[in-house]
Structure formats: C-alpha cells, structure tokens
Write a protein that binds this ligand. Structure first.
Ligand SMILES: [Zn+2]
Length: 262
C-alpha cells in the first residue's frame, strides 16, 4: 500500500501539471468523495482554476488551485490500492497487495487540464478525494517529526509502539513496511508499550524515523529497507544474524529481530 514515500512520488508526478488550468472534473464513483454524502458536483469548483502548488502531509496529497480571488485545495488519499496517474502514467507501477492488473475501469475521478489529465486509479476503493480538507485535524507528520512532537504522540499510550506508529490519527505517514524498518533500525521491539520510552529514547526514535524515511525515499520506496528481504519464515537478521519473528500487531503483519530489537 502507498506509504508517505509513495505519496511523495505521486506529488512529484503531479508537479508536472503546475500552471495548467482545469477544464473539467469527472467523478466516476461518488463513493470516493469525502465527507461521505458530499455532492460530487462540488468538485466542479476546480474548473477554471490553475494548479498552483502541491503539498504532502503523511499519506495525504494536497493540490492547491487558484484563480481570481478564489483558492481551493483538493485532498487525495490513496487507501490500500490507490495510485495517482498523470497522463495515464505513474512512477509506481505496482504496489504491494495491489493487483498486477491495471484497469482504467478503476479510475474513480479524473481532472482534465486541457488534454493532460490527473486520475485516481483505485481497485479497492479505499482511497478518497475531499475539497478543502480541514487542516486543523492534521496530526504530526512522520518525515519531519521532532522528539518533542513524538513525545506528545506517545504520552499516555499503553498500546504497543508499532500500533501507535501505524495509527494515522496519532502520527501521519508511516505504513506497515516503514514502521517495521524504523523499529528494526532503532533496535526497538514492536511489542514495547508506547509509554515505556525515556526522553532520550524518544529523541533517538524520532531521528530514526526521519532518517529511515529519507533513506528509503532515496532508494526508491517503502519496500527497499534492509529488513524487507527477511520478511519470510526462517530468515536471519541482516544486522546481527538473529532470528526474525512474525506477529500481528495493530492489525498488520509485523516482522522483527528477536535478538537486537528489545
Ligand atoms: Zn538483529
């Protein structure tokens, strides 16, 4: 599924359309519109506006449009299988868990820029679009998290650290693969309680999150981590040779090294 790194790649693709004016918006499936029940016709507010800038907050992509005395932001979320296509192409060909098929029937909405186009292709329909999402609801963002912000995220949480890192209502952007790689790099067991960390450990964890996101962005995606290749039964840890173990935490399959992650 797309994690913040993949959404950052989508954002870079979208930059190609900056300066272009929207000529039409087609919503093929109303179920992708948020808030639920909002009329899809509301998206026609974008027609006649130029794409002026792009942003990303965690897994949320924000496209800012402007015209004479008007500004609108389109928020796009990708769920499990969503892909952003610009002119029918994406720099991400296939996502883990998504079908290798790539069917234009899965296009949920299309924004036309006078011949060039932006679309959300989403097989499982867990992605969504929202006009002017409420920015006051945004939680801290993983790729630039500070120790102080992470401390606030963890404070009073008795859930396992892995489950808290995955919780998009607490920290925006980390998915399953990134969270496992972060904990592997930080030498922390995914089972530890989120409220068991000292301030010093939290500072180290925050730095590891930022560094891991940067490292895997440079190497090409959430599936390029050092721990990714050993997500199989019987595998040994590439750092210490310890045994890799598997469990379900926060509803997701987690892999960790029983020897160096404590
Ligand atoms: Zn190890």
């Amino acid at each position: 599924m797309p994690e913040l790194i993949e959404v950052e790649f989508y954002r870079l693709d979208l930059e190609a359309l900056i300066g272009r004016t929207v000529t039409s918006v087609e919503v093929y499936d109303d179920r992708c519109v948020r808030p639920r029940g909002a009329p899809a016709e509301g998206l026609s507010a974008l027609v006649g506006l130029k794409l002026v800038s792009t942003e990303r907050h965690g897994k949320l992509l924000l496209a800012n449009f402007g015209g004479v005395d008007v500004e609108e932001t389109l928020g796009i979320r990708f769920g499990m299988t969503g892909r952003l296509l610009v002119d029918g192409k994406s720099r991400i060909d296939q996502l883990e868990y998504s079908s290798p098929k790539n069917d234009p029937l899965w296009d949920r909405f299309v924004v036309d820029f006078g011949g060039r186009r932006l679309s959300l292709r989403d097989q499982r329909l867990l992605g969504s679009i929202e006009l002017n999402p409420d920015r006051t609801l945004l939680v801290p963002e993983a790729s630039r998290i500070s120790g102080a912000d992470l401390e606030r995220c963890l404070k009073g949480r008795t859930k396992k650290i892995k489950a808290v890192l995955l919780d998009q209502q607490i920290l925006a952007g980390l998915g399953n693969l990134l969270a496992d790689e972060v904990l592997w790099a930080a030498e922390i067991s995914p089972h530890r309680s989120a409220d068991s960390f000292s301030r010093r450990e939290i500072e180290t964890l925050a730095r590891t999150i930022v560094d891991t996101v940067r490292r895997l962005t440079e190497s090409g995606g959430s599936n390029t981590g050092e721990s990714f290749e050993v997500r199989v039964a019987g595998a040994s840890c590439p750092r210490c040779g310890g045994q890799m173990a598997r469990d379900t935490i926060g509803g997701r399959t987690s892999w960790w090294c029983v020897q160096h992650q404590r």
